[in-house]
Write a protein of this length. Structure first.
Length: 112
């Protein structure tokens, strides 16, 4: 994903690191879009680390600052709605979802 961003984006990607380890400078807003907080992509990711991240973000925000994020909540997968697609000119994204309430996991297979 980083390699694709570097070749296609018009912004310079100066550093790559875990969001749990990144320095958060003083700022007016922090955004986490694309359900980043849901994924178990980091071996250090657990509830304690996530709580610590929220504290770090709070401490980095100026008075009146905002933290904007989205998450995938349980119950979004039904038998009638576990597959879908989105398409545009010259592209398509296929998504298949499986939710396991006992294990509290949501698995998505995404093909683009």
């Amino acid at each position: 994903m980083i390699a694709i961003a570097r070749t296609r984006a018009r912004v310079q990607c100066d550093r790559v690191c875990s969001l749990f380890k990144a320095d958060i400078p003083l700022c007016n807003a922090v955004t986490s879009i694309g359900e980043c907080l849901n994924y178990l992509f980091d071996p250090d990711s657990d509830q304690k680390t996530l709580i610590h991240l929220f504290h770090r973000i709070y401490n980095a925000l100026t008075p009146g600052g905002v933290f904007i994020f989205d998450i995938a909540e349980p119950g979004q997968v039904t038998q009638e709605q576990n597959r879908g697609f989105t398409e545009g000119k010259d592209w398509v994204v296929l998504v298949e979802k499986q939710e396991n309430p006992e294990q509290e996991t949501l698995t998505r297979r995404i093909i683009s």
